[in-house]
Design a protein around this ligand. Structure first.
Ligand code: BTN
Length: 246
């Protein structure tokens, strides 16, 4: 992982470049990284604010021999790798908000976007995008982002080395990816749940078809969120925005 690196000063989105180089047969573990993104993409087609040099904006290409329905698990594996890396480099103990947000005191430090290129029965490649806010100061965030996002520098109280952070993310990603290919998702599910925010608590999940509120039970062996509503029905949620009502 990370042996082939494509670095760009400024790009629209590292996801787009990663898709392109992956189609051109870039090997497993290729990393596309940029100093700045002019059109960074978040989940659900939202923009991702990627200011100059202040964060880690990168996309990783992997080619696991797996059916496509396993792809969402890679978001969770990557989230654990990022949370571990943050802990090791800064000492901050973060939480993971299903499926892809890494939070510290409720504010977002990192987001992950996994995109799949495949056929009905097999993954061709996955592009895993990681956006980590590293050395932004509060005033560097746009007004509407300030309240919901933070950076490692703000929270740790000092500048954080991006290179060191990237090395640790890749180290832990490689470790958990190997564990996953050897033992499946079960050991990672346990690890994920140790970082998870809001398990056993009331939750509202907004999906494209509507809202489900209930208690967050945790995730299934496939990495799908399970929510039990007031009637005791258990819903399996594949994709949603979640909120913990207070
Ligand atoms: C989210 O929280 O919605 C996911 C954010 C993912 C952002 C990263 S930054 C690197 C890569 N390139 C993009 O355009 N998006 C991802």
């Amino acid at each position: 992982i990370g042996r082939h690196v494509h670095y760009y000063e400024s790009v629209e989105s590292t996801q787009l470049i990663a898709h392109k180089v992956a189609r051109e047969e870039a090997p497993e573990g290729t990393l596309v990284i940029a100093g700045e993104q002019t059109g960074g993409k978040g989940r659900m087609a939202r923009p991702w604010h990627s200011s100059k040099q202040q964060g880690i904006w990168m996309s990783l290409i992997i080619r696991p021999k797996l059916p496509p329905e396993k792809a969402p698990q890679f978001t969770l594996i990557t989230a654990i790798a990022c949370a571990r890396a943050i802990e090791e480099v800064t000492g901050l103990e973060t939480n993971i908000k299903w499926p892809n947000d890494i939070l510290y005191k409720g504010k977002k430090l990192t987001g992950i976007l996994t995109e799949l290129q495949g056929e009905a029965d097999k993954v061709n490649f996955l592009v895993i995008g990681i956006g980590m806010n590293v050395n932004q100061k509060k005033e560097d965030f746009p007004e509407h982002v300030k309240e919901i996002a933070s950076s490692l520098e703000i929270e740790a109280g000092h500048k954080v080395s991006k290179i060191e952070m990237i090395q640790k993310i890749l180290k832990y990603f490689e470790k958990y990816y190997e564990l996953y290919m050897e033992k499946g998702f079960a050991p990672l599910k346990i690890l994920w749940e140790s970082y998870a925010a809001g398990i056993g608590k009331p939750i509202i999940a907004r999906t494209i078809t509507g809202e489900i509120s209930g208690i967050a039970l945790g995730i299934s062996n496939e990495g799908i969120l399970k929510v039990e509503d007031d009637e005791g029905t258990i819903h399996h949620i594949y994709s949603a925005d979640i909120e913990f009502p207070t």
